[in-house]
Design a binder for this molecule. Structure first.
Ligand code: AMP
Length: 344
């Protein structure tokens, strides 16, 4: 057992990877689990305890918080935490959160997100203030961690309005205010996974994946003749991830983009971009990367590399998943009496 700390997370997204990694590093593990998923998570022996809830929102209630505090839990935040709670609720949690909980607001708010990417000198797609500004291909995206559901493409104001109205009728959005318009970035997608350690001021590139999004990624199986006849707005809902390696000549720039992001986060949102994060975008025909998003916490694409990735293998002589790397960071911080530096 490592110190007295228990590593804890919500039962979804990358919980298995996180708790397996924590166990490999010798920690006690605790899962906040919705009752409907109890049967699933009981299958895994590396999960020591379950706190059963009806809904993840119960993590905000004193009863659940005191159970976590009793166990000296550190919560590992992931996409489900962000999608189930708003930023103020996350910030109000008095159980230590791994990394920087304040930066999660910068991930959820589109304008703050854009600001951090601009400050990082990343190449980003232009955002549009109004549907009247649409020229060429744009993507309409929902705010928050919607996972691509209800996103759509448009080539003109009227095209946009027609699709927006359909989504309103379907109850997916309420109106324009729910959508953020961004130029469509052409190329092939890549989701770059990093870990930054404030303990030794070091950035590690951990891996890269692609997302498999329904139903946009299935469209290529339908011939164009039939596509034209289909009256459906394709969605970008993530259902899984597949692995990718990059041309080695791209790696130097991958590291500089990550370093610029870490630098900018340090200036804008104290204590900075500590722990895992992801830069998400596309490489164009000149292998130039356009970043359309970032995640300021572990991404589910790291689930591919439970036994380590082609990149973590260059950094560690043992299988190192992102979940395990997080636990290693907590362990190192505890050894040096610097736990406060890696949680907020
Ligand atoms: P996001 O929620 O921003 O990660 O977007 C979900 C998906 O929409 C991405 O994985 C991409 O497939 C697509 N996407 C988002 N923004 C853009 C963009 N500006 N250009 C092209 N594709 C995008």
């Amino acid at each position: 057992m490592c110190g007295m700390t228990t590593i804890s997370t919500l039962g979804s997204h990358c919980a298995l990877q996180v708790l397996k990694g924590a166990k490999d590093e010798g920690f006690d593990t605790l899962l906040v689990c919705e009752k409907k998923r109890e049967r699933l998570y009981r299958r895994f022996s590396f999960i020591d305890d379950l706190v059963l809830v009806d809904s993840f929102k119960e993590i905000l209630e004193p009863k659940t918080r005191s159970r976590l505090k009793e166990r000296q839990a550190v919560i590992i935040p992931h996409g489900t935490l962000i999608s189930q709670m708003d930023s103020s609720q996350i910030e109000s949690l008095d159980v230590p959160i791994f990394g920087n909980k304040w930066i999660l607001r910068w991930e959820s708010d589109r304008n703050m997100k854009e600001k951090l990417m601009v400050e990082s000198s990343l190449h980003i797609p232009r955002s549009l203030a109004s549907p009247s500004d649409i020229v060429g291909l744009v993507i309409a995206k929902r705010h928050g961690a919607a996972g691509g559901k209800g996103y759509f493409l448009a080539t003109s104001k009227s095209d946009y309005e027609e699709k927006r109205d359909k989504l309103i009728v379907q109850g997916i959005i309420k109106g324009d205010a729910d959508l953020y318009l961004q130029e469509y970035a052409f190329g092939v997608s890549a989701y770059l996974q990093y870990f930054y350690s404030p303990l030794d001021d070091k950035l590690e590139f951990f891996g890269v994946d692609r997302r498999y999004e329904s139903d946009i990624d299935g469209l290529g199986r339908i011939p164009s003749k039939e596509q034209i006849g289909i009256d459906k707005i394709p969605s970008f809902n993530v259902v899984g991830n597949s692995p990718l390696v990059l041309r080695e000549s791209l790696l130097d720039e991958v590291y500089s983009m990550g370093e610029r992001f870490v630098e900018a986060a340090r200036r804008l949102v104290s204590p900075g971009m500590n722990g895992p994060f992801c830069l998400e975008g596309v490489y164009d025909e000149n292998a130039k990367f356009t970043t359309f998003e970032f995640s300021s916490r572990i991404v589910a694409g790291t689930n591919l590399y439970v036994e380590g990735s082609p990149y973590s293998a260059f950094l560690y002589n043992e299988p190192m998943s992102m979940g395990r790397r997080i636990a290693r960071e907590i362990k190192n911080a505890e050894k040096e009496g610097r736990l406060q530096q890696v949680v907020t």
